[in-house]
Design a protein around this ligand. Sequence first.
Ligand SMILES: Nc1ncnc2c1ncn2[C@@H]1O[C@H](COP(=O)(O)OP(=O)(O)OP(=O)(O)O)[C@@H](O)[C@H]1O
Ligand SMILES: [Mg+2]
Length: 252
Amino acid sequence: MIEVQDLTRRYGDTVVVDGVSLSLPERAFVSVIGANGAGKSTFLSMVSRLLPMSAGRAVVAGLDVAATPGDVLARRLGILRQEHGVTARVTIRDLVAFGRYPHSGGRLTAADRAHVADALAFLDLEPLADRFLDEVSGGQRQRACIAMVLAQDTDCILLDEPLNNLDMRHAAAMMGLLRRAVDERGRTVVAVLHDINFASCYSDQIVAMRDGKVVAIGPPDRIVTSEILREVYGIDVEVVLIKGYRTAFFYR
Ligand SMILES: Nc1ncnc2c1ncn2[C@@H]1O[C@H](COP(=O)(O)OP(=O)(O)OP(=O)(O)O)[C@@H](O)[C@H]1O
Ligand SMILES: [Mg+2]
């Protein structure tokens, strides 16, 4: 579904994504972890064509990203950016309808409206649908932005820190929902997460990045270990098994 070879991004002499090669499976929940500045957002931005690559190649759903027009790619891949800056005076329903743009070109059909209604329901946003974005909380706005990406109805969904601004209940609900998008709707979800324990419980694969490189990739059992977390974050973290999930703790 997503194949990347030697993907590289440089700013001047500084390499921020450094020759990343990987292959992510279809119908999987993939988490990307790594310290601030590791290159996670830059990686996602190149895969989704928001940022030009300095070198390398990315192929999404059989489409060579660099050679595919934006509107064609947008029917196969949706992305939520880390700093989406969505605060305009539009209602949640209208924002979610923007997600249909690659399909509708701005003129919504009955099918487009059904996708919007479905995304609003999937994210429990129906009671808020007619509120303006500047009249809801940060977490509610975050959910609306994710609904917009889901309404785009793409095989592949990239989410840069989807849990931003979400409380524990809504974060857990969001992870459950993304898991359902994979299991029930056959999507491929790639999410940048800072919460290792959510990544551990919900992911099929975890990609661990440091200094622009992938230092480890594999199922949570292999990645959520004290050794790898020390390599990724440079701190000592204890990992214990709770209810079958590897769970990381940091002690003062
Ligand atoms: N426009 C730019 N010019 C120069 N350097 C940049 C630019 N954008 C990002 N960088 C640098 O690239 C590196 C990777 O940034 P990136 O945003 O990909 O990190 P990240 O892993 O997403 O971090 P975070 O967890 O803080 O979101 C950082 O060191 C950052 O300072
Ligand atoms: Mg980032």
